[in-house]
Design a protein around this ligand. Structure first.
Ligand code: DSN
Length: 419
């Protein structure tokens, strides 16, 4: 367990919150599919003196002096990212996934241009054009959906029709709640017909692409990949933009800095480099494969119990479950119930949901974090049992309490790295 003596002496309030969160992470099951546990090396790097340096610009072209070590750090991050994802250019400076996407739009588009992306209730993301975001005041977002929510296949015919009609400058593949693999080649063919760039926001599945167990959109000719670095890729919280070709990468660089951001967060860039180094190791391939095995196994166990999974299964790390059809409860109620037994997941809209985002019909959960803790198929069965038991015993306070005790005992057998 890390020692926080200086923090404890200087700021007991923050220290207590930190220790509380550490206990919560160790004693609980993390099923939010976008969360994970970083390694000790990544954690050390994040809390380092690299925080103290300003490094506006890029390696070899900085605005301030004293950059010999910063250039080394950022160059390594870039080199490892481009090797890992097989592309010519990486910008590792975006502070997070949302700024990466916004900087990318400004790199490729003029105000008023159109982006064709996934309908948000079918698994798209806020930064793909939700009306509450400012980017919708600048760019025009149009949508495609799944053709059949029983299989999850995307509606490539509708995508083509909308593309021919709306002439988007970007066709966007990328999802925060979509459990199926994508046919990137079909999307690329549609984009070529209308002269659009192809962009994949692979934030959720970056780890599986790095591990070679899900398809790399660059292999089908995609132009750009945006991603976060902290989900299945298991790095520090941050973003990244990858370009298949150098020329596009140069536009991206200008857009990220000085177009959109100021000084890069160098300790995070160093921690990204460390995480990319970890992802290049053979163990990471095994990890990525196990994430999917675990997810498929858990999905099958839920379906065997009669629960309704959207698309009737999963190809990746994620499951989306219709709580109304499965258990006659809302996603909000299910999220709270599982919280009570120490299992964390998130309420989520299901396709064409008639309920509101804060009280939707579904829940979303997945396996990257529990796989990092070394859990495999037998543990997936145990976790499914815990969850189904909670459903059965809902309302019975003492049964829920003893279930929570069982979950804690179970969790403590699987150490959290770095904690
Ligand atoms: N909040 C992330 C997720 O959970 O999918 C995406 O921004």
């Amino acid at each position: 367990m890390p020692i926080y003596d200086a923090l404890k002496a200087s700021d007991p309030q923050i220290y207590n919150a930190l220790v509380g969160e550490m206990k919560r992470q160790k004693e609980g099951v993390e099923l939010i599919p976008s969360e994970n546990y970083i390694s000790p090396a990544v954690m050390e790097t994040m809390g380092s003196c690299l925080n103290n340096k300003y490094s506006e610009g890029y390696p070899g072209k900085r605005y301030y002096g004293g950059q010999e070590y910063m250039d080394c750090v950022e160059s390594l991050a870039i080199e490892r990212a481009t090797n890992l994802f097989r592309c010519e250019h990486a910008n590792v400076q975006p502070h997070a996934g949302a700024p990466a996407n916004v900087a990318l739009y400004f790199a490729l588009l003029e105000p008023g241009d159109t982006v064709l992306g996934m309908d948000l209730s079918h698994g798209g993301h806020l930064t793909h054009g939700h009306p509450v975001t400012y980017i919708t005041k600048v760019f025009n977002f149009v949508r495609y959906k799944m053709k059949d929510i029983e299989t999850g296949e995307l509606d490539y015919d509708e995508m083509r029709e909308v593309a021919l009609r709306e002439k988007p400058k970007i066709i966007l593949a990328g999802f925060s709640a979509y459990p199926r693999e994508v046919n990137y080649a079909k999307m690329k063919a549609i984009a070529d017909e209308v002269g659009a760039y192809t962009v994949a926001d692979m934030a959720h599945i970056a780890g599986m692409i790095a591990g070679g167990v899900l398809r790399n959109p660059f292999d089908d000719g995609f132009d750009i990949i945006t991603t976060t670095t902290h989900k299945s890729l298991r790095g520090p919280r941050g973003g990244m933009i990858l370009s298949r070709e150098l020329e596009l990468g140069r536009k991206v660089d200008k857009s990220v800095f000085p177009g959109f951001q100021g000084g890069p967060i160098m300790q995070m860039i160093a921690a990204k480099a460390v995480a990319f180094g970890e992802a290049q190791k053979p163990e990471f391939k095994e990890y990525a494969a196990q994430i999917i095995k675990n997810s498929k196994h858990m999905a099958n166990k839920f379906m065997e119990s009669g629960a309704k999974l959207i698309t009737n299964g999963t190809d990746n790390h994620m499951m989306l479950l219709d709580c109304i059809k499965s258990w006659d409860m809302t996603g909000q109620e299910a999220e709270r119930l599982f919280d009570e037994i120490g299992i964390t997941l998130n309420k989520n809209m299901i396709p064409d949901d008639t309920r509101k985002p804060m009280d939707p019909s579904g829940i979303r959960f997945g396996t990257p974090a529990i796989t990092t803790r070394g859990m495999k198929e037998p543990e997936m069965e145990k976790l499914t049992e815990f969850m189904l038991k909670a459903i059965e015993k809902r309302g019975d306070e003492s049964a829920i309490k003893s279930l929570h005790d069982e979950v804690i005992e179970f969790c403590l057998k699987y150490p959290v790295p770095a904690l």
